[in-house]
Design a protein around this ligand. Structure first.
Ligand code: PMT
Length: 415
């Protein structure tokens, strides 16, 4: 953190009392810290305490008195431009709402707006557990996550209300660690930068006749989120997608296909060149053996369809991948099924598998959120909470980056 310039945004929650200690830790690690304190924040922590530990005057007012010589009158812009990162801890429900809608009426919100793109913004929500779970707060969190902010889930424990729940701000040591990791990542750049990433997305349609097909509920959202997140990290991304109704993420090459065989043919040319192959598509395992030309007529009370197996695209890539290439798959179940996910990891020679369930409400097909459990080739299991698919995609790529730096990557089977 040496020499890094950090703005600490402090809003009005009880956890603000921990912020002088956080400032001390950041300063000790060599960071240059400025504080943007909201009006309510100043009711929980004194401006004097923060100024003393940071060695800087605390920024509160957007418009400083006009008669003070040497004052930076446009600091609502220059402070955001100065910073390498913005950390908001604690972020109250009110602050999350104001940032989510783009308000810009105090130093904290102005810093958020003027911080140049691609600089890390870490947000540590902290509030009463019931408030945290409320749809409004969750919606604002999802909006901020979709803008690229890193939202750190609050801890579970005793709350100021006397109740026990999820809403506690992590201890300053934990927050300082997260800031250090985020800064390191933005300084060194992502290992995905400049690498080729192929993502499959959406459903496939397997033709029965001229007007009917077999398919599933996949919307493509998970795969598109992955393509977008990989692009954000500087990867060259090719997105091979079945029929979906989604905009192509900027800077991503998109190949549209209809059925599993077409998806297979579209993917094969990338097998040897891609660094990472991510299969988020819900590919039909079977297709009608001989699709009927034109529309089938309903002449008899019964009809039999003979289905044949489709190529397994991911398994094929897994079998051929070369040292250093990574194969990432998904496993979808309608209930418990983590054991199946582990089997897929082995059978398809994957480096990482993301297990998700389809509950029709919060995770799996169609919805904007997902709860992934990541299992990697080292048997490390990471259970992610329910979050927007865009954030889940980023968390999955964080894990891919870890595996890219893992020497065991060079031990994958070469065929
Ligand atoms: O598109 P959304 O609405 O956002 O929904 C996201 C999702 C639920 C589709 C996604 O998160 C997901 O779980 N995708 C994989 C669903 C699936 O078909 O799982 P599976 O268990 O049948 O297949 C296992 C893996 O092999 C998958 O990575 C799949 O892409 C791949 N596969 C499967 C069959 C096949 N013929 N070729 C493949 O590449």
């Amino acid at each position: 953190m040496k020499g890094k310039r950090i703005i600490l945004g402090v809003s009005g929650g009880i956890a603000a009392y921990k912020t002088p200690q956080l400032v001390r830790l950041l300063k000790k690690a060599g960071a240059d810290v400025r504080i943007a304190l909201t009006a309510s924040g100043s009711r929980f922590v004194s401006e004097l305490a923060l100024a003393t530990v940071s060695g800087e005057s605390v920024c509160r007012e957007m418009f400083p008195p006009a008669d003070q010589p040497g004052t930076d009158f446009t600091r609502h812009i220059s402070l955001g431009e100065w910073a390498d990162a913005l950390v908001i801890a604690p972020a109250t429900a009110n602050t999350l709402a104001r940032l989510a809608v783009g308000m810009c009426d105090d130093m904290l919100s102005a810093c958020f707006i003027t911080l140049r793109p691609h600089k890390p913004v870490l947000i540590f929500p902290a509030m009463d557990g019931q408030m945290y779970r409320s749809p409004a707060v969750q919606r604002n969190i999802a909006t901020l996550a979709a803008q690229g902010c890193t939202i750190i889930e609050p801890e579970t424990g005793d709350l100021a209300s006397g109740q026990c729940g999820t809403g506690r701000m992590p201890e300053p040591e934990i927050i300082a660690g997260r800031i250090g990791a985020a800064l390191q990542k933005s300084a060194t750049g992502s290992p995905l930068s400049g690498r080729t990433v192929v993502v499959t997305a959406g459903p496939t349609r397997e033709k029965i006749d001229g007007v009917r097909f077999i398919s599933n509920y996949s919307s493509g959202k998970m795969g598109f989120a992955l393509a977008e997140a990989a692009r954000e990290r500087g990867a060259e991304v090719t997105l091979i997608t079945g029929p979906v109704n989604l905009e192509t993420p900027g800077g991503v090459e998109r190949l549209d296909v209809e059925n599993a065989c077409e998806m297979y043919e579209a993917a094969k040319p990338f097998y040897s060149t891609c660094a990472v192959f991510i299969a988020a598509a819900a590919v039909a395992d079977y297709r009608p053996e001989t699709p009927h030309e034109g529309k089938l007529k309903k002449n008899s009370p019964e009809m039999q369809l003979k289905l044949v197996r489709n190529p397994d695209i991911l398994a094929d890539f897994g079998a051929r991948k070369r040292p250093g290439q990574l194969a990432v798959g998904f496993a979808l179940e309608t209930g418990e099924g983590i054991a199946y996910a582990r089997c897929k990891l082995q059978e398809k020679n994957l480096d990482l598998v993301a297990f998700n369930t389809f509950d029709r409400k919060t995770s799996g097909f169609e919805v904007d959120t997902n709860a992934l459990t990541l299992i990697d080739r080292n048997h490390m299991e990471t259970v992610l909470p329910l979050m927007p698919k865009k954030e889940a995609a980023r968390r999955l790529l964080d894990h891919v980056e870890l595996l890219m730096g893992d020497p065991a990557a060079n031990m994958t089977t070469e065929k």
